[in-house]
Ligand binder design. Structure first.
Ligand SMILES: NC(=O)c1ccc[n+]([C@@H]2O[C@H](COP(=O)([O-])OP(=O)(O)OC[C@H]3O[C@@H](n4cnc5c(N)ncnc54)[C@H](OP(=O)(O)O)[C@@H]3O)[C@@H](O)[C@H]2O)c1
Length: 331
């Protein structure tokens, strides 16, 4: 495949934020956008110079001009859109949280695997150069064996029960929106969970505004994670090892710097800036893997996504929350 042609489904905040980053993606072109309303698709296409604008999602999903569908709708809509795109033989990049439920995630993964098409969660953090540097530092044994991940992600948002961040029907709540970054980081460095203990605080409509999560990992690692939509915070994260620690400088989910601290050695500061707004790296990964004919990314494999979803769902259940997938195309 010479050029990998991308289409975006949904014209909301994240779609608007990422569109400019396609200029930094070797071999990838943003060729189409779809909205539920033609006028929104047209406005988005005009603003971001996207050649094709569809007034419904299915036209983009079935378009012969599109190779990869980037799904930028609220979480409960991801499953149906991903399933439709996979059925049409398209590769999919699915925004975080991958789906609203573990069962939904399993359906998408099974469909992609049986159809033999590429699928990945859009966990952009894993592809940022500073995070790649942290992985290398750990892999080289610079901080010894990893013992713990500790992090916080507070991001204040005015409470508006009609907004997707707070509306239960749109997957609202801090666990799927913010907790996903921390759990993903912990899973990346410590692997699967064997026990999960989560406590939550709630908005008036019953959606969790904040939560803490303690995870015991299979290899003995421990994670302590805290996050919330009801207050601001620094978004710090450290990876603790037997011989030192890596600080992923705030905000840890889109860092440009890490600091490696080792006993008896001056701290080493590694600067690794992202290109564009930072989303280009995940798009470049998908573009490369799709053009190579691969069906997964080794950096963000589907098994990791399923484990992250399993942990998030357990946190939700401990908070008494049971989100559901939405039916996008009826039936
Ligand atoms: N990676 C990141 O940094 C990042 C940042 C923010 C959000 N996200 C993720 O991206 C996804 C979208 O978040 P967002 O902040 O962009 O949301 P948003 O601003 O509310 O936009 C979501 C878009 O989805 C479409 N949509 C389809 N059905 C909808 C419904 N029933 N209600 C509302 N919108 C609906 C709409 O597009 P049309 O009207 O065009 O159809 C809407 O503009 C979420 O899964 C979120 O977690 C990721």
């Amino acid at each position: 495949m010479s050029t990998v042609r991308w289409g975006i489904v949904g014209t909301g905040a994240i779609a608007d934020a990422v569109a400019g980053d396609f200029q930094f993606v070797p071999g990838g072109d943003l060729v189409a956008v779809a909205s539920r309303r033609q006028a929104h698709a047209d406005a988005f296409a005009d603003k971001h110079r996207v050649p094709i604008a569809y007034g419904d999602y299915r036209s983009l999903i079935e378009s012969p001009d599109v190779d990869v569908v980037y799904i930028a709708t609220p979480h409960p809509h991801h499953r149906d859109i991903a399933l439709a795109a996979i059925d049409a033989g398209k590769a999919v990049l699915v925004e975080k949280a991958f789906t609203a439920t573990l069962a939904g995630a399993e359906e998408v993964v099974e469909a992609a695997q049986s159809k033999g098409v590429f699928a990945m969660e859009a966990m952009w953090t894993r592809f940022l150069p500073a995070v790649a540097a942290a992985r290398e530092v750990v892999a080289w044994g610079r901080i010894g064996d990893v013992l713990a991940v500790q992090g916080d992600l507070y991001a204040y948002r005015d409470y508006d029960p009609t907004h997707r961040l707070f509306d239960p029907a749109l997957g609202g709540g801090a666990i799927l929106d913010l907790g996903v970054y921390l759990v993903n980081f912990a899973q990346a460095f410590l692997g699967s969970a064997c026990s999960i203990d989560s406590k939550a605080r709630f908005h008036p409509n019953g959606v969790e505004s904040a939560a803490t999560v303690s995870i015991s990992h299979v290899g003995g690692g421990l994670s302590s994670l805290a996050f919330g939509l009801d207050g601001p915070g620094p978004a710090r994260l450290i990876i603790v090892g037997t011989k030192g620690w890596v600080e992923v400088e705030p905000r840890f989910h889109h860092p440009a710097v890490i600091t490696v601290n080792r006993s008896g050695v001056l701290p080493r500061i590694i600067e690794a800036k992202p290109s564009g707004r930072g989303y280009s790296h995940e798009f470049a990964e998908v573009t490369k893997r799709v053009s190579e004919g691969m069906t997964e990314s080794p950096t963000m494999p589907l098994s990791d996504t399923l484990e992250v979803m399993r942990i998030l769902e357990e946190c939700l259940h401990q908070a008494g929350r049971y989100p559901e997938e939405a039916s996008v195309f009826g039936g």
